[in-house]
Design a protein around this ligand. Sequence first.
Ligand code: WTA
Length: 636
Amino acid sequence: MDRQEEILPTEHEVYHPSAEAISEAVIKDYDALYARSVADPEGFWATEAKELEWYEPWDQVLDDSNPPFFKWFTGAKTNIVHNALDRHVKTWRRNKLALIWEGEPGDRRSYSYYRLWQETCRFANVLRSMGVQKGDRVTIYMGRVPELAIAMLACAKVGAVHSVVYGGFSEQALADRIDDAQSRVLITQDGAWLRGKIVELKKTADEAIRRSPVVEHVIVLKRTEQEIYMEPGRDYWLHDLLALPIAAPTCSTEVMDAEDPLFILYTSGTTGTPKGLLHTHGGYQVFTSTTLKWVFDFKEADRWWCAADPGWITGHSYIVYAPLILGATSFMYEGAPTHPYPNRWWKLVESYGITILYTAPTAIRGLMRFGDAWPNRHDLSSLRLLGSVGEPINPEAWRWYHRVIGKDKCPIMDTWWQTETGGFMITPMPSVPLKPGSATRPFPGIEAEIVNEEAEPVKANEDGYLVVKKPWPGMARTVYGDPDRFVSQYWERFQKQGYYLTGDSARKDEDGYFWIIGRIDDVIKVSGYRLGTAEIESALVSHKAVAESACIGIPDELRGNVIWAYCILRSGYEGSDRLVAQLKDHVRHETGPITVPAKIEFVDKLPKTRSGKIMRRVLKAQALGQDVGDISTLEA
Ligand code: WTA
């Protein structure tokens, strides 16, 4: 396997933290803490939960009476917004910066905790006036702007369940997600800035609503200011709503049960349509804030920049909720890292004095391509910690990030986790020795293991299924509207043992360090974005020329993976370069630019099992010129 070959030579390359780094770290002795946490996980999580405020305490830390539907902090009353905003404005933190933002065109804004709280209250009052109540779903389809965070917080404040759809998705992807959540309210914006151009979010939203007409009200932020269509009686400008007397700057926070839903986030899995993972108020707030506090070693004076998009779990947990709960100052940037020049990010680090930068390997590789001169033009000495997430980081990119960006003094926190896990699961902390390409060891309270088909732990350096053996507070509670799918996707495989199946394969070395290899299902990570083959295949098949299609992920130096698509055409159509271009356009329009296949090939036949399932593994082996392995189930 390509990745293994890449890993092996570096396995003994270890970066030890300096004595000074250890003395400054919040957690100085990972081993002792870990041992304590797994000896009594409930006690451990309860101690962390007590760091937060609750309207009423819990009766039980973990209710495991109905696995895999675990419940945490049952009986407790809370609201994540109370911990993220309400409690801070009663202290000196009301004057601290919560969020600093820069738009791609260069405009700047900043919010103190007090202002962010007021804006959230005003937005929450608008939502209430539209009849949004506890439990209602609200879809948010926006770019990387402060109002996105405010919209999420406002939903949570009134007890509504937000479903944020990544702004890079297009019509059908948005329509499916609106439909599944049955959202009556959609929050969007006229457009978002990206690479100097406008991404027409409202236009896409209009088309999605046409396909999924459950939406009754659309709230539109004015950002890019081009002419857009506004449907009378349905569409409202946010600034008009905020000018109404109902948008008062105070608003009560809905009292929620710890297990009440906070958000749905759609993600792709093995088969079928994307599934809405459901996260709740109580456990999620404890897990996300504890993980961020220790892994990134939060200090009051830090300036934290999580460069992900809020439309993915990384943004939910580590742009919006956890930093606010910790009372941190976050930085958010709207646009592309290379706009107008490849030094944009480094300029931002310098001008805002960023102390911790958290991003994805694909972004690092993308910026590395432009050479050392761009970052070297800037003073990056404010940085003290770096982070990586989304896919395995190849050692070469790790070393560049460490040397050129971190000047050999900033440890890199390679955090392995998933939409399903809510927060970091396998990750170093600043006091842990690092090996480039390894996410190191499990976070306290998390018992991860690598097992074979029989659920037995495999030997050191052998591949196996990555599983989590015990429940944790930040885990998704179910698949929205489809609990059976939650069970079949994650829990059936190792039902007897009660292990959570992550969908990743991995290895553990003799020091107990985890090395993630990649997905074992039909999920493809393109530029760190999680895509399912099924959605892209449906987009292709929705074109009149395509009868059937199969997509696979092919390793790519820059993007981690790219998509290759195989299509069987309907009779009367012939494959041509023109048709390839048309199909790419069609996919861009239906599901979004990141889902567009790098290559489309026309075939007469697809390898299938006798029961008719497409064997993507065979396609992939053929494409890579590898042995196709066991094909005894292949249709004759
Ligand atoms: C992959 C993103 C290696 C993995 C937070 C996982 C990683 C999937 C890492 C989840 C990492 C995430 N090293 N692989 N540090 N972080 N992955 O749900 O395959 O978008 O299963 O969550 O990303 O993707 P998701």
